[in-house]
Design a protein around this ligand. Structure first.
Ligand code: TMP
Length: 217
């Protein structure tokens, strides 16, 4: 099973994925935790290019293709092999991030993005997507606090440096995507404290992973 976590900067995805993985492992599930961009040797080099604040002027189309290159390699070498072995893959960001950031926020043609995803990645889609929804004011406040405290990489702040308006478009994009695919998305209020958010995550995961009613498993 392939489960993705999405949300703006500072929405708490990384913490929640860690707790979700512990919860699932405690219940006997084999879990792989991964993220985009940057989960492979090649991906780490792509991530460094993408998030370096010095690359302020990176062409938006180049940015898109770098995310896709990272994703193609990540899917082929990490995600799909693990799913094929029956593992639960928890992934911090995936194609919805491309739609929200490069599509809704940067303004690249959404149909082009979907077309590329279909042609290059066979439209490979998560079974479940948890959207941690938060206001950009609060998300950026949290993200910069973590950067000052050394808990986040100061060398990776190209997106944190974007204007508030940009992050508002990302958030609105995610909410629109969730509205259009309610069978796949679950929206979680990420403004609550981490324990409350964690409870909401666990409730959703338990419901999705529970054996269907009437099954003898
Ligand atoms: P993060 O790993 O700290 O969440 O940083 C990844 C950054 O890359 C984040 O600002 C969102 C951005 N991003 C995109 O713009 N498009 C994508 O397809 C992905 C996966 C991430």
């Amino acid at each position: 099973m392939f489960i993705t976590f999405e949300g703006i900067e500072g929405s708490g995805k990384t913490t929640q994925i860690r707790h979700a993985a512990e919860f699932l492992r405690r219940h006997g599930h084999p879990v792989v935790v991964t993220r985009e961009p940057g989960s492979t040797d090649v991906g780490r080099r792509i991530r460094a290019i993408l998030l370096d604040p010095a690359h302020r002027n990176l062409d938006h189309r180049a940015e898109l293709l770098l995310y896709m290159a990272d994703r193609a390699h990540h899917l082929g070498t990490v995600v799909q092999p693990a799913v094929a072995q029956g593992k639960i893959v928890l992934c911090d960001r995936y194609f919805d991030a491309t739609l929200a950031y490069q599509g809704y926020a940067r303004g690249l043609d959404i149909d082009l993005l979907k077309d590329l995803h279909r042609r290059v990645l066979d439209d490979y889609t998560p079974d479940l997507t948890l959207l941690l929804d938060l206001s950009p004011e609060e998300g950026l406040r949290r993200a910069w606090r973590q950067i000052s405290a050394g808990e986040r990489e100061a060398a990776e702040t190209r997106f944190e440096n974007e204007a508030l308006r940009f992050h508002e478009r990302v958030r609105a994009g995610y909410l629109d995507l969730a509205r259009r695919a309610p069978e796949r998305f679950r929206i979680i209020d990420a403004a609550a404290d981490p324990e409350t958010v964690g409870q909401a995550v666990r409730k959703i995961l338990s419901a999705v992973l529970a054996p269907p009613a009437g099954s003898t498993a």
